[in-house]
Design a protein around this ligand. Structure first.
Ligand code: PLZ
Length: 441
């Protein structure tokens, strides 16, 4: 990769080599797997992605909130290289190793709450969510699972049932796992004017009591800020009220921090902003510098209620991924990554709020830390404008900036920059984004 720290476009995007690869791909890879940025990566460093045609793009997506420390953080690379040379796998369920134990020790410190904690390691976010449900069901002896409007949990059968959006995640893939109940969340832009977090929680509780009954509910699984749902930040007090209700009824409160976790929102975990201690926390994505690792960490009494041998999986807690996670945890602390996320927020928010003030299609700027989004609507209404979001993302891409869309209606532009992005790179990318947004008016 070139050492120049900037965006550089040598061809149209996608370029000729990317187009060649796209043709090979369509003859070999199922069309069922999509790519939102059809530019083939050759190399990536920090917040820059160099494609196979030599174009250098600025990445504001971090591979969907994974490469929080950049695409190839030197400390992660060193840890992975060192571990891979020693051994790549033994299977923790066969011959255990120290890295897994050490990750569990570190997570017990990092995850909110002073209580005794235990951890299981897995490979994907969906697996973490599935395991949290298994643990909650085993520990409570109940079956019901509450999930929120606009929530996202994954693509396995249980997590499809838990995911709100039909297309593309669920359509035609049923029947879905039973005993999953969807309840209203707090979505300040779209809730009745002035609805408080407590009122939104009361609406949720009413729906849950009426449809399921609190004594039938094993777990409430919720994202502190909804990721795929469009960076929906609930009204203040929502989480505290949910904590109170779940505790009162012995319902396991699972904070799904798969997208929000690991410094992204300006704290190591997004529930910290809510002042709430969940019973279980699910993690993946940013946990291991790009290596596939996931975890459930939570109350020891719940985690250990599962019979011995009841949780696991061949690849869960792979030693190379554990080494990457341990290196990442060092960097998060040493470089105070939560503070960097807050600094990114200050820089990005100022630019986005200025745009929102002059472009009527921008209904709201929201999020926390380096997890910020714009909701786009038809001016003067709250009608979601998916085409506008697609247009903005396409304009950004054509100018060498990777952005992602999100939301139940696909009308949200979400920004998840790697935290190692430099201020210059961020400003350059924001110039492109702001100009794309200005084209909407
Ligand atoms: N929980 C909160 O955000 C993954 C999905 C992208 P996996 N989000 C990105 C796609 O289209 O598949 C996610 C999440 C939350 C769970 C998951 C699932 O994590 O690692 O993709 O299984």
């Amino acid at each position: 990769m070139t050492n120049q720290p900037h965006r550089s476009l040598l061809t149209d995007l996608p370029g000729p080599r990317s187009l060649e690869l796209a043709a090979r791909r369509s003859a070999s890879v199922t069309a069922a797997v999509g790519s939102s940025v059809p530019v083939y990566a050759a190399d990536a460093r920090g917040a820059l992605v160099e494609d196979v045609d030599g174009n250098v793009l600025i990445d504001l997506g971090a591979g969907i909130a994974v490469t929080t420390l950049g695409a190839a953080h030197p400390d992660v690379v060193a840890a992975v290289t060192e571990q891979a040379a020693r051994f790549t796998h033994t299977c923790f369920m066969v011959t255990p190793y120290e890295g897994y134990v050490e990750v569990a020790e570190r997570l017990a410190d990092l995850v909110p709450g002073d209580h005794e904690k235990r951890t299981v390691l897995l490979s994907t976010g969906a697996e973490a969510v599935e395991n949290a449900v298994k643990i909650a069901r085993r520990a409570t002896g109940r079956q019901g699972v509450l999930v929120l409007d606009h929530g996202y949990s994954g693509r396995t059968n249980l997590t499809m049932a838990m995911t709100a959006k039909a297309m593309p995640y669920k359509t035609g893939f049923g029947p879905f796992s039973p005993e999953v109940y969807r309840v209203p969340t707090s979505y300040p832009l779209r809730d009745p004017e002035g609805m408080t977090g407590e009122q939104a929680a009361a609406r949720l509780v009413e729906a849950a009591e009426r449809q399921v009954g609190a004594d039938q509910v094993a777990a409430l699984v919720a994202e502190p800020i909804q990721g795929e749902g469009g960076f929906v930040v609930p009204a203040p007090g929502f989480w505290a009220a949910l904590r109170e209700w779940t505790a009162e009824h012995g319902i396991v409160l699972v904070a799904d921090e798969v997208q929000t976790g690991f410094a992204r929102t300006g704290a190591m975990f997004a529930v910290e902003h809510e002042g709430v201690v969940p019973d279980l926390v699910t993690m993946a994505k940013g946990i291991a510098g790009g290596m596939p690792l996931a975890a459930v960490t939570g109350r020891a009494d719940l985690m250990d209620a599962v019979h011995p041998g009841g949780l696991g999986g061949t690849f869960g807690g792979n030693p190379v991924a554990c080494a990457a996670a341990l290196a990442s945890f060092e960097v998060f602390a040493r470089d105070d990554m939560p503070a960097r996320a807050r600094a990114v927020e200050t820089r990005v928010r100022a630019r986005l709020e200025a745009v929102a003030a002059r472009v009527p299609a921008v209904a709201q700027v929201r999020g926390r830390g380096a997890m910020l989004a714009l909701e786009l609507v038809r001016p003067g209404t709250l009608d979601p404008d998916k085409a506008a979001a697609a247009q903005v993302a396409a304009t950004c891409l054509a100018n060498g900036v990777i952005t992602l869309t999100a939301g139940s209606w696909g009308n949200i532009i979400r920004l998840l920059p790697p935290l190692v992005i430099t201020d210059d790179q961020l400003d350059e990318a924001l110039d492109v984004l702001v100009s794309a947004l200005d084209q909407l008016s």
